[in-house]
Design a protein around this ligand. Sequence first.
Ligand code: NAP
Length: 285
Amino acid sequence: MSVIIDGKELAKKIRGNLKIECKELKSKGIKSKLAVIMVGKDPASKVYVRNKSRACEDVGIEYEEHLLDDKTTQKQLIDLIKQLNEDKTVNGILLQSPIPSNLDISEAFRTIIPEKDVDGFNPVNVGKLVLNQDTFVSCTPYGIMKMFEEYNIDLTGKNVVILGRSNIVGKPLIHCCLNRNATVTTCHSKTQNIEQITSKADVLISAIGKAHFVTEDIVKEGAVIIDVGINRLDNGEITGDVDFENVKEKASYITPVPGGVGPMTIAMLMNNVIKATKRQNGMID
Ligand code: NAP
C-alpha cells in the first residue's frame, strides 16, 4: 500500500507560511509584485495564468498581467521585459510558455534579469543550479524537491530515473537530484528499452506528457513515483503520465494528478517571488 503524496495540502501549508512572511514585509513597508507576460491565447496557459493570479491574491503578492496578442513582435516582447526589469515596483517576472513559434523564447528568458527571474530560466540561474549554488530553481523541480523533504525521502545513493528532458522540467530536475546525491538517469523520446531503465528506478519522475505511459509492469516494487504530466483525455478529464490506480499498488509513495506536483509548482513560484523581494531589499544575500 503506497503513501499518496498530498501536493495540495503541502502547497497550502507553504502558502500559509508565505502569507505570514508577506504580511511581515508589508509591516516594514515592503510590497511584493509579480509581473506575468502571456503572448497569444493558448487555452491551457490561460488556466495556468489564472491560477497564478489567484495564488498571488491568496498570499498577498501584487499581480500585474501583460496580455500580448499573437501578432506581437520579438522587439515588442523584449522591450516589455526590459521595461519590467527597470521597474522598481516589480520583483519577479514570469513569461508564460508556450509563446508563438515565430518568437525566440530563449532570448526572452535571457533578457529577464537573474534577480527577477522567479522561474529560474535565465542561463545564469540555470548555471548556478548546475554548480549547486543558491539560485532561483525552476518551480516544478523545486516543488518536487520540497515534497521529498516533507515526506523524508532521501535521494542519497538512490537510482533516480527522469522521463523527459525539457529545459523547464527534465533538465533542471537532473541537477536538483544530482545535488541531493542521487544517481540520475534521463530518458527521452530516443531512449531505447525504456522499461529496462524504469524498472530499476528507486525514484521515477515522469514529465513527458503522455497519459498513462507509466504502467505497473515498468516500475520497481516499492519505488517512489512522481507524476509531472498533465494530459487532457477525450472526455475532458485531466490525468497524469502514470496509470495511478494500478501503479499505486506497487509504489511506496506516489503523487496524484491533479493534486500532486501542480499545486507545488505554484507554491514554489510564490516562494521565489518572496525570495526575490527580500533579496532586492537587502534582507537576504
Ligand atoms: P515537453 O517540453 O514537451 O517535453 C517532453 C519530454 O518528454 C521531451 O524531452 C521528450 O523527448 C520526452 N518524451 C516524449 N515522449 C516520450 C516517450 N514516449 N518516451 C520518452 N520520452 C518522451 O514537455 P514539458 O514542458 O517538460 O512537460 C511535460 C509534461 O509535464 C506535460 O504534460 C506538461 O503539461 C506537464 N507539466 C506539468 C507541470 C506541473 O506543474 N505539474 C509543469 C510543467 C509541465 P525529446 O526531448 O526527445 O523530444
